[in-house]
Design a protein around this ligand. Sequence first.
Ligand SMILES: [Zn+2]
Length: 397
Amino acid sequence: MSPSGAEVIRQIKSQIDEVDPSEVDGAASNGNGSRPVLIDVRESEEWDAGHIPGAKHVPRGYLESRIEGAVPDRSQRVVLYCASGNRSALAAHTLQELMGYENVESMTGGITLWKDRGYDVEVPQSLSKEQRERYSRHLLVPEIGLEGQTKLLQAKVLLLGAGGLGSPTALYLAAAGVGTLGIVDDDEVDLSNLQRQVIHTTEGIGTPKVDSAERAIAAINPDVDVVKYQTRLDATNVMEIIDGYDVIVDGVDNFPTRYLLNDATVRLDIPVVSASILGFDGQLSVFKPHDGPCYRCLYPVPPPAELAPSCGANGVLGVLPGTMGLLQATEVVKLVTGAGEPLVGRLLLYEALGATFTELKVRRDPECPVCSKDPSEISDEEMGVFPDYEAFCAAAG
Ligand SMILES: [Zn+2]
């Protein structure tokens, strides 16, 4: 007579080593190099509902095909767990008897007993079926994956301006699933904007840019909350508007606002991804307070007024803000997910006619009037100090 399922499990458990959750918890926290690799052999839905922090996920159905990816060294100590300790016992038997793993154990009682004992459980924010599909190309790159996508969905990014730079940035950040996009812009859509401000349409002419941008974003991705500020950023509202955002995308076209923004973000410790464009030239940098230079370290005094784009209408190649805006969007995704090396302490110059990129190192100025100070010492009076702007532009002739 064939043995019952329960009998098989009893037999197999007698042939493998079992370990109590208390020992697994102790081994995980002692950090002395003998830490076992913890493998969760349950199904994906069970894993998503909560797992032991630091564990790797190898469902039992994929055990033979994926275990070597998770544990290449067969002499490594491996502890398997499931819900109650049965599936992990069967999996341990397979690894030990069929695959030559020398040091395999199954955790008794599974994650159920682990939880009952009050040990830590990590619950990943789960994505809906639709989100898994929408962000599947992110989930496939290890540098982003579920963790990075979750960070993007929880991120709050503020865009200063829904113009040439803000348009492509907003479209791609919305598509990437940045959960909250704040947009500051007091302007209305004008026919002359449409050569480069791709978030707006001919139909939207005459309507506020924040509304036009909101419509486009909603059409791309319903996961994104748009927060609209139909106003100009100034000393009276800057702290209130930017507080609580994780990253700020600076697409403003005037120096006084840049100085003001710099001083406020240094005070609140918010990184700024900054770009500017003129003609066929673009530049880009990331100002991460106290980690790299700030805008005032780079430009201790305002550049000559004739270079100030906002002093008058200047020409620009329509696709250039697209290029620079998407480089900004890339830096935002990197800052939010922690992937790669952000453009901190580096200034990237792009010259479209010659198709050249040049990178300059920029250093923190130890004498910087803003970022050399303790943030709490930056007073309201010192913020955004800038020469009279009308006079500044008038001097440009
Ligand atoms: Zn500085």
